[in-house]
Write a protein that binds this ligand. Structure first.
Ligand code: PMP
Ligand code: GLU
Length: 398
């Protein structure tokens, strides 16, 4: 018998990846599944980015890269932060990781000590709580509901803060809710955080470019009250349809950037040299592709909101960013189709996979038990097919 560490035994399996895997298995067995579980753009990576990667191979960018990433990419990221966000970072403050997921887990490992509390407004992306667990920190989750547009209020934030609070993870636009904080809402949270200088602000801004209202994007690092203790997490996965290339970064106070680079130096080394050259092209090349993909997501958002609002049992809001719909579904709990009883969101996600052949993710994975998440980064036809099938499957529940 193999002995597995308590550290890994205590981790939950990533439900986003697990549901996607399940749906792939059903597809391989010939079932016509609509996969709305994992969240990733369904577009191909733009041509000029792929060309840069091919060129990188031909030019023999095939050796170990520096642990923090190529200086040319770190400079391109600093230029992006200046150009798009008005933020002044030196390349020495930027560390390139194996996706935003890796950048985030490195920042948590580099800053959280055992017993430190990390405030996580929920619903929250699947990996935050587990990453804090890996660092032996304590997650302090602060719930919000669909009626509050899933946003943390300043009063709730103040209540959650204790002398052990070490960090907060904020995500806007949000996965899984699609909510986007306004500048005023962020300012109100910043006013609270300004009174608690021990708290590091970790801003997951990976969905920066997928927003549907006309308000400019506001990075948390742009608030002077907290700028010197804010870490920005971002990357190319969502904006440039580059999920498989695995390039993300943290932009951080210099000591944190150094600590993250040290950790990478021992754990993973610098990330793929070829993918780094592709990411450089993404940041330095034409940007029209970003807005074009966002426009397609906006159309799909309108479509899924319209169709899902008509489904009895779904309580739906209108997400302002990212590509997820997060309906409240608790009115289905306690019902049965005669054979299967729906006790919770996990049961409902399974029921919809098996009966409707639509893969979603249970709200439980996001610390939000009464909800389901549907990724609408898929074709209009798939969205229409999925919502019709879901409506039909739910109509058999009594
Ligand atoms: N943060 C959030 C909120 C996400 O949805 C994702 C996508 N999985 C990530 C971080 C990680 O993105 P990646 O590792 O692909 O850059
Ligand atoms: N952001 C995606 C999701 O939440 C990717 C999967 C993951 O990294 O967990 O579905």
């Amino acid at each position: 018998m193999q002995r597995i560490s308590d550290r890994v035994n205590s981790l939950a399996v990533s439900q986003t990846l697990a549901m996607s895997q399940k749906s792939a298995e059903l597809k391989a067995a010939g079932v016509d599944v609509v996969n709305m579980s994992v969240g990733e753009p369904d577009f191909n990576t733009p041509e000029h980015i792929k060309e840069a990667a091919k060129k990188a191979i031909d030019q023999n960018f095939t050796f170990y890269s520096p642990a923090a990433g190529y200086m040319s990419l770190r400079k391109a990221i600093a230029a992006k932060l200046d150009r798009e966000n008005g933020l002044a970072y030196d390349a020495s403050q930027i560390v390139v990781g194996n996706g935003a997921k890796h950048a985030l887990s490195n920042v948590i490992l580099a800053t959280v000590n055992p017993g430190d509390e990390v405030i996580i407004p929920t619903p929250a992306w699947v990996s935050y709580v587990e990453m804090v667990k890996l660092a032996s920190g304590t997650s302090v989750t602060v719930p919000s509901t669909i009626d509050e547009d899933f946003k943390l209020s300043p009063a709730r934030l103040e209540e959650a803060i204790t002398p052990r609070s070490r960090a907060i993870i904020l995500c806007s636009p949000s996965n899984p809710t699609g909510s986007v904080y306004t500048r005023e809402e962020l300012q109100a949270l910043v006013n609270v955080l300004a009174r608690h200088p021990q708290i590091l602000v970790i801003a997951d801004e990976i969905y920066e470019h997928i927003r549907y209202n006309d308000q400019p994007f506001v990075s948390l690092a742009s608030f002077p009250e907290i700028a010197d203790r804010t870490v920005v997490i971002n990357g190319v996965s969502k904006a440039y349809a580059m999920t498989g290339w695995r390039i993300g970064y943290c932009a951080a106070p210099v000591e944190i950037a150094k600590a993250v680079a040290k950790l990478q130096g021992q754990a993973t080394s610098g990330v793929s040299s070829i993918a780094q050259k592709a990411a450089e092209a993404a940041y330095e090349g034409p940007q029209e592709c970003v807005a074009a993909m966002c426009e397609a997501f906006r159309r799909r958002r309108d479509l899924i909101v319209k169709l899902a609002s008509e489904i009895p049992g779904f309580n739906v809001n209108c997400p302002q960013g990212a590509f997820y719909l997060f309906p409240e579904v608790s009115s289905c709990f306690g019902k049965s189709d005669g054979a299967i009883r729906i006790g919770d969101s996990n049961d409902l996600a399974m029921y919809l996979l098996e009966k409707a052949h639509v893969a979603s993710v249970s709200g439980d994975a996001f610390c939000a038990p009464g909800y389901l998440r549907f990724s609408y980064a898929t074709s209009d036809d798939n969205i229409i097919k999925a919502m019709h099938r879901v409506a039909e499957a739910l109509s058999s529940l009594h």
